[in-house]
Design a protein around this ligand. Sequence first.
Ligand code: ZN
Length: 116
Amino acid sequence: MDQKSLDQFKKILQARLIELQRSTLQARHEGRIVESNDSKDEGDRAVSSLTKDMLFRQSSQNAAMLNAIKSALGRIENTTFGLCLNCEQEINLSRLKALPWVRYCITCQELMEEQK
Ligand SMILES: [Zn+2]
């Protein structure tokens, strides 16, 4: 992959990283509000535990995504970006454009999903 495309992917990934970090902070902040909102009302408590669940799920998804983005940025640094981590073939460019943090080519991804 040429340097220009690498730079473009780097910019996209960094922007996504910042956005995610911001939303992780936001989720944590909201979680704290929910926790401090210690209501005696059963309905309120049910809502608050649902909200907590949702925030928790969101923050673990965010964490997984953050890791994927960070490792993609790492691969840009060590010039293995765009290569499948399994078969080491180049990942289709349109797949990379849609999901710049993907680790595997479509063939390997499908194989892995079949094995699950
Ligand atoms: Zn592959």
